[in-house]
Design a protein around this ligand. Sequence first.
Ligand code: DSN
Length: 438
Amino acid sequence: MTAQTTTSATALDTLSESLLRLLDEHDPEVASLLADEAQRQADTIELIASENHVSPAVMHAMGSWMTNKYAEGYPGKRYYSGCVNYDRAEQLAIDRATKLFGCKFANVQPHSGANANLAVYFALLEPGDTLMSVVLSDGGHLTHGSPVSISGKWLKPVHYPLVYDESRADYGYIDYDAVEKLALQHKPKIILCGYSAYSRVIDFERFRAVADKVGALLVSDIAHIAGLCVGGAHPDPFPHSHIVTTTTHKTLRGPRGGLILTNDEELAKAINKAVFPGTQGGPLMHIITAKAVAFGEALKPEFKTYAKQIVANAKALAETLMSCGHHLLSNGTDNHLMLMDLRKFDPELTGKQAALWLESAGIIVNKNTVAQEERSPFQTSGIRIGSPAATTRGLKEDDMRRVGTFIDRVLKAKGDEAVINEVREEVRELCAQFPLPH
Ligand code: DSN
């Protein structure tokens, strides 16, 4: 069976037809699975907060000649010959990144957000140094000091809490008073702000004031919200942060990868050394080229419209879910995501089960731990829901309200196949109105 015959026109639009045809002749097995994946993406609503649909330009830059070269080093200072166009691509990515984020220095080589954070630690810390962050189960990240990560094994993490008291108006928000108290007590070398499951605005200025009080560096990991920051839909991490790390593939809608930014020349030099040769080898030049394309897209005025729509869509979805009686941590969202706390809906229902039911209905979310979680990360008591990918396809507030009712129906049906199948058809019909970028 050929790739062409296994996919609909909509799905084929999402990949270059010539590329698929070429692959189909060369390796039909892989062509078929690629076509199936294009079809899956076309037919389902992607609500994983950290995922997106890249433009064909970003996709093609990744699949280009730029994958063929070793280019260890930095523009103008490489270890291999033949890097003239690689220097141009990397410098372009750097120039666009600094313009986009309004800062002086960028390292575009980290293979991922995890690698970006590792390089920052390697540049600035010694084993055993103290790092302050939010614990993974409250919405932090593995690389922010989790015991299963090198960051938790080699550093001393101290975690600041959220506000857990539900009677408070700031329930589910960062407990900024506790941040200050803990920082004064533990004198961390780095204070980390930025999270993988936090739905409220981050007060970078307040974090910087605490960092200055205790002589710490403020590292803002804006992996999730980078696209919102550059699109004017979330306050900027600069000038308050000493260092900013991010991924390039979430709200920023670029290729999978990492990025480190700073305004401090000495920090920039230390970071460059820590990325290469400290923690990485040859840079992924095809990805760096695609980062340049994505940064170019994010510099365009229409990206601001996109970023604002992400937030408007998340708010519409959150309001619908809450009006149907579901509980969201912090009672809503200011950004691209929300965290549904299932404990109050049904104490027996795990995030794992809820995500499986929703997947059967064509709605893709991820199970997620919620504040003061008692279940394992494989089970969890919550689900995380985000709007960036659906917004890329063109869904607006009314469509997101409809998606909210789909989620509500699936969860309330508690696995009833008839309801799941009914919603699955409505999801297909909605998806057909919003093709993937092509
Ligand atoms: N896995 C990413 C997320 O989903 O948030 C974080 O690295």
